[in-house]
Structure formats: structure tokens, C-alpha cells
Design a binder for this molecule. Structure first.
Ligand SMILES: CC(C)(COP(=O)(O)OP(=O)(O)OC[C@H]1O[C@@H](n2cnc3c(N)ncnc32)[C@H](O)[C@@H]1OP(=O)(O)O)[C@@H](O)C(=O)NCCC(=O)NCCS
Length: 169
């Protein structure tokens, strides 16, 4: 049976989402880091130490929370390491998670894109790559990272995205 009900077109649906669903990034601070810890304990099987979260608060723009209608539903943490045999720095994603009910709404991309932009614009010491060591074989998570320019590099199993790499012709 067909329906004559008017179907909202894609543009109308998107503007409805923009009106009613607010997405934003928030700084990680000593006051809200408990929210990130609680989220990560739901999303990941591996627990992180209190020192891990203390260090995350010190990461400034390299750790963020994702808010959906002002509620914290996701977050990203990273560390910085020296690239072996070079004077460059790599950003390593230690946790990136969004609560299940809030996935596929662009929050993960918003968190990761922020870290990519910060890496591209870092002035202190050149950041040459971003790494993530996936603990999951989930095809969706893989698709998420591949869609944002990450690819397997070497035998380490890490997915890597190069920063400010020359574009080959
Ligand atoms: C990986 C993760 C953070 C993605 O968060 P998210 O908010 O759902 O991602 P987004 O909505 O921003 O997705 C952006 C794009 O990535 C791709 N993508 C994301 N999840 C996907 C899935 N399950 N299947 C296929 N493609 C997917 C899509 O292209 C998507 O765009 P679209 O929804 O317009 O098609 C989330 O799945 C998660 O928390 N997973 C568990 C934790 C984890 O494994 N983290 C990995 C590193 S520590």
C-alpha cells in the first residue's frame, strides 16, 4: 500500500536537526573529567587510571568532550610522542568514544576533526602524524577512521593519518 503522507525532504530534516539538536565541543577540565571517566567506563572494557585522566586534563586542545544538547555523550583523549628516528611528533589517540545511543550523528567526526585541525595548526613542534591502535575489529569503527584519512601503516597494526603531507600528483 502506498501512502499519500507528505515525506519530509532531506533539507527539511537537516534543518530540523540543526534547530533541535545542538552539538558542541567542550574543554576537558578538573571539574568535568569525571564525566569522561564515567563515559569511558561504559564504552571501553579497559579501565584507565586516575593519572591517565589527570594527564588528559593537561592536554589542553588535544582532549575534548562532545556535548549533545548540553549533555556530555562522548570524548577524545590523546598523548604526544616523538616519531622514532625523527624530530617530529605524533599524536596518539588513546580514547575516542561516543555513547551508543548518540552514534552516527557526527559527534565522533567532530571530535576527531578537532584533533586533526589542532595537529595541522600546532606551532610548538611539528606534528607529522596521528595514530590510533584499534582494540576492535568492528568494521564500522574501521570505516569511520578510513573515512577520515587513516590507513594501516607498517606491521604495528596502527592506523595512521599523515599531517600536512605533500600531496602526490
Ligand atoms: C568510532 C566512534 C567514536 C564513531 O563515533 P560516531 O559519533 O558514531 O561517528 P560519526 O557519526 O561522526 O560518523 C562519521 C562517519 O563515519 C562512518 N561511520 C561511523 N560509524 C560507522 C559504522 N558503525 N558503520 C559504518 N560507517 C560508520 C560513516 O561514514 C559516518 O558518516 P555517516 O553517519 O554520515 O554515514 C564510535 O563508533 C564509538 O564510540 N565506538 C566505540 C569506541 C571505539 O571503538 N573507539 C575507537 C578508537 S579508541
Amino acid at each position: 500500500m502506498t501512502t499519500t503522507d507528505p515525506q519530509p525532504d532531506v533539507e527539511a530534516k537537516n534543518s530540523m536537526q540543526a534547530k533541535y539538536f545542538r552539538k558542541a565541543l567542550n574543554d576537558l577540565t578538573p571539574n568535568n573529567v569525571g564525566q569522561l571517566k564515567a563515559l569511558n567506563e561504559v564504552i571501553f572494557t579497559e579501565k584507565q587510571s586516575d593519572d591517565f585522566y589527570k594527564d588528559a586534563v593537561k592536554s589542553e586542545e588535544f582532549a575534548k568532550l562532545a556535548l549533545f544538547n548540553d549533555i556530555c555523550v562522548g570524548g577524545i583523549t590523546t598523548t604526544k610522542e616523538t616519531v622514532e628516528g625523527s624530530d617530529k611528533t605524533k599524536v596518539v589517540i588513546t580514547t575516542l568514544g561516543v555513547l551508543n545511543a548518540y552514534r552516527r550523528m557526527g559527534l565522533g567526526a567532530m571530535l576527531l576533526d578537532h584533533i586533526i585541525t589542532q595537529s595541522e595548526e600546532a606551532k610548538d613542534k611539528a606534528i607529522s602524524e596521528i595514530h590510533v591502535n584499534l582494540q576492535t575489529k568492528d568494521e564500522g569503527v574501521l570505516a569511520f577512521f578510513k573515512g577520515r584519512g587513516f590507513a594501516a601503516k607498517g606491521s604495528s597494526g596502527a592506523l595512521v593519518r599523515l599531517i600536512n603531507a605533500p600531496v602526490s600528483a
